[in-house]
Design a protein around this ligand. Structure first.
Ligand code: CAA
Length: 703
């Protein structure tokens, strides 16, 4: 037997173990091995039932994602055909689902007539996260097993369900008491089936999956959800497939599913989302760090500064059971910080996402203090005080005095030089940047700033810790603004300048949201604070002094006290949550344009797109060339998880690749000419972009 599966016959049972580490991804060789083994068992007269299980505990994480987009994806036996064949065997087939059955893995299990899990089992159809739909019968068989509504919910969310929920829904028939007992209990189940002469496949529980649904269910579902889908293709295809399950016989439904799946697989959105999947895994691979790098234990954390950021950071640790000491200078600020955390947890309780007792458990993990001495035993200290170098350096001097040797000292700066912060301590090897994004308890991005002297051990330990608290850690080198904010700078600069030249904030934001960004530049600045943005700019005046028009509108709004949403006035005017255009902003832009002799004109969408996006991309490529980012896909992760760039466009670097690097370069050169002096000042192609285009490369890499 092929080494990708194990095969043994015990009494009347054939036990087929999937053995393709790490996750039994169902690539062509494994599919073939499963088919062969099942045929062998089917043909063996001594075998009366078959048990399919994960030889290393885990059942299967689904189709092999690396096959998509290549011929291997549908190479024989393809997954739909394999599943179909399993449904036609003469003998009962029991899937023993250890740990995980995701995507094609669950579809394989659904092709088995009987399923059993264990307490840690999770099952799900996460294809939508890859811009796909379940393509091996899942969209047709799951609605027939658990009903259309529940199946649609699972496919649309992509989130796995627990063992208990899977049992409740009827996805598994029973649960073993422990993972260790799963195979044994599956064999008992199979023998029971033999004893009672159970059919190879039980009758469908929901022969008519839409039964019980309102007549206008699908119509209403679509109209309610379509705005959230924006321009994403996959939800629409999932929807069509489930609708088909409700109106077509199984064979026709399966054929429809395959057609929809192929459409999804060939889409640029799925290609982008698959890129993001692998980018997330790549981001953890850092030169100089491997499995042999010893990790520092992080059992106690301290956060300096109990403001919104510090509080949000502290919550991340409390959420996973790690105690946190929160330090403030004044008792009232500390009380306010702790009260704010309680209030934030309280909102989750009100929404039914957290129980009252969990709230109390988490609050009990948070201890406030006004005394640095109380940070002496922390394994990790994160400073989250005002964004000013001198203030942060003062904090680090204090930390250097009180913290135990070997403690990791992290700064949450969003733009300052971490080397200069490390330099005031006697232990620069222990200092690192941990840039959380606001709200820090929600946003998944964590920029990990590897300073000049940061040790490999400290870097590896913080990366691991970042994953423990559910973040996507991405390593950046030291430079102004690191990866994310440094790229934000030219992007926001162009947005400001476009408004001086005649666009409105709404037009600029509209182009960006049409691209499915979560929000446009100006909405984002109003949310983050026009004042905060001004202060960051102000700290960097020397670099922009040669351009008197540089973000002048932002400076002007700052001087008018229009700080954004918090003052109900910024680039827009706000009434409660309502946002509206404000003629005063246009008037200010007109006034400034006249003062600066910037000609005003009508600006079209393409120009807004090109100037904002090309400058963003150009800066990203420059960061890669400088080695601030390790790889282009890291930059994509930063912008997807920290700045609302749509994952289905793959991030700005992947977007540039799909758009055409030659077109991006040509666009930059065009504006360099057409925008005269301003163009000469800012539209300079990154040398790496020029080298890539000259070399005929279509992907962004360091050359
Ligand atoms: N295909 C190919 N490789 C996969 C894979 C898959 N389905 N799932 C995981 N891997 C690989 C990862 O790339 C990683 O490889 P490297 O070590 O070389 O980087 C390795 O397996 C381990 O994965 P993780 O680092 O993610 O490990 P984890 O323990 O944190 O998570 C997991 C494990 C929950 C299974 C997670 O990897 C995951 O969510 N995988 C994807 C599941 C999925 O989306 N399945 C649906 C596939 S599409 C499908 O099945 C279509 C269909 O209908 C036919």
């Amino acid at each position: 037997m092929n080494s990708l599966v194990t095969y043994q016959v015990q009494d009347n049972l054939a036990l087929i173990g999937l053995a393709r580490p790490p996750v039994n991804a169902l690539g062509q060789p494994l599919r073939e091995a499963i088919l062969q083994a099942c045929e062998q068992a089917n043909a063996d007269a001594s075998v009366r039932a078959i048990v399919l299980y994960g030889a290393n505990g885990l059942f299967s994480a689904g189709a092999d994602i690396s096959e998509f987009g290549s011929a291997a994806s549908f190479a024989a036996p393809n997954l739909p055909d394999l599943c179909l064949r399993l449904t036609c065997l003469d003998k009962p087939l029991v899937a023993a689902i250890g740990k995980l059955a995701l995507g094609g893995g669950l579809e394989l299990a659904l092709a088995c007539g009987y399923r059993i899990g264990e307490p840690q089992t999770r099952v799900g159809l996460p294809e939508i996260n890859l811009g796909l739909l379940p393509g091996a019968g899942g969209t047709q068989r799951l609605p027939r097993l658990i009903g259309a509504q529940a199946a649609l919910d699972m496919m649309m969310s992509g989130a796995p369900v627990s063992a208990g929920r899977a049992l409740e829904l009827g996805i598994v028939d029973r649960l073993a008491d422990s993972p260790e007992q799963l195979l044994e209990v599956a064999c008992v189940y199979a023998r029971e089936l033999i004893t009672v002469h159970a059919p190879a496949r039980p009758a469908e529980r929901f022969a008519k999956p839409a039964e019980g649904l309102a007549a206008d269910f699908f119509e209403r579902y679509r109209s309610e959800n379509e705005p959230r889908w924006k321009s994403r293709l996959a939800p629409r295809l999932v929807f069509s497939a489930v609708e088909a399950a409700c109106v077509l016989p199984l064979d026709q439904g399966l054929a429809r599913e395959v057609a929809l799946f192929k459409q999804a697989e060939a889409s640029s959105q799925s290609e982008a989302l698959r890129h993001v999947f692998f980018a997330e895994r790549e981001a953890g691979k850092i030169p100089g760090i491997d499995a042999s790098t010893a990790l520092l234990a992080i059992g106690k954390v301290a956060v300096v500064g109990a403001g919104t950021m510090g509080g949000g950071i502290a919550m991340n640790f409390a959420n996973v059971g790690i105690p946190v000491t929160l330090l403030e200078r004044q008792g009232d600020a500390l009380d306010r910080g702790l009260a704010h955390i309680r209030k934030t947890y309280g909102i989750s309780v009100k929404r039914g996402k957290l129980s009252e007792s969990t709230l109390e458990q988490r609050m009990a993990l948070l201890t406030g203090t006004l005394d640095y001495a109380d940070l002496a035993d922390a394994d990790l200290v994160i400073e989250a005080v005002f964004e000013k170098l001198e203030i942060k350096q003062e904090v680090f001097r204090s930390l250097d005095r009180v913290c135990k040797p070997g403690a990791i000292l992290a700064t949450n700066t969003s733009s300052l030089d971490v080397d200069l912060i490390a330099a005031v301590t006697s232990r620069a090897q222990d200092v690192i940047g941990l840039h959380f994004f606001s709200p820090a308890n929600v946003m998944r991005l964590l920029e990990v700033v590897n300073a000049r002297e940061t040790s490999a051990q400290v870097l590896a330990s913080t990366l691991k810790m970042g994953r423990t608290i559910g973040k996507i850690p991405v390593v950046s080198g030291v430079c102004f603004g690191f990866i994310g904010n440094r790229m934000l700078e030219p992007y926001a600069r162009e947005a400001h300048r476009l408004v001086l030249e005649g666009a409105t904030p709404e037009q600029v934001d509209g182009v960006l949201t049409d691209l499915d960004l979560n929000m446009g530049v100006f909405t984002m600045l109003d949310l983050a604070g026009v004042d905060v943005n001004f202060l960051v700019r102000d700290a960097n005046r020397a670099a922009i002094a040669h351009d008197p028009s540089y973000c002048r509108l932002g400076d002007e709004l700052y001087s008018m006290g229009r700080f954004g949403q918090k003052t109900a006035r910024g680039f827009y005017a706000y009434e409660g949550r309502e946002r509206r255009n404000d003629p005063d902003v246009v008037a200010a832009a007109e006034r400034l344009a006249a003062e600066l002799s910037v000609p005003r004109r009508a600006i079209d969408k393409q120009e807004i797109h090109d100037r904002c996006l090309f400058m963003l991309i150009n800066e990203g490529i420059q960061l890669l060339d400088e080695g601030i980012a390790l790889r282009a896909s890291d930059i994509d992760l930063v912008w997807i998880n920290g700045y609302g760039f749509p994952a289905h466009l793959g991030g700005p670097m992947h977007y540039a690749e799909q758009y055409g690097l030659d077109k991006v370069l040509a666009g930059i050169l065009h504006y360099r000419q057409s925008l005269s002096e301003y163009g000469q000042m800012w539209f300079t192609p990154a040398p790496l972009l020029e080298r890539l285009v000259a070399a005929g490369k279509t992907t962004i890499e360091r050359i």
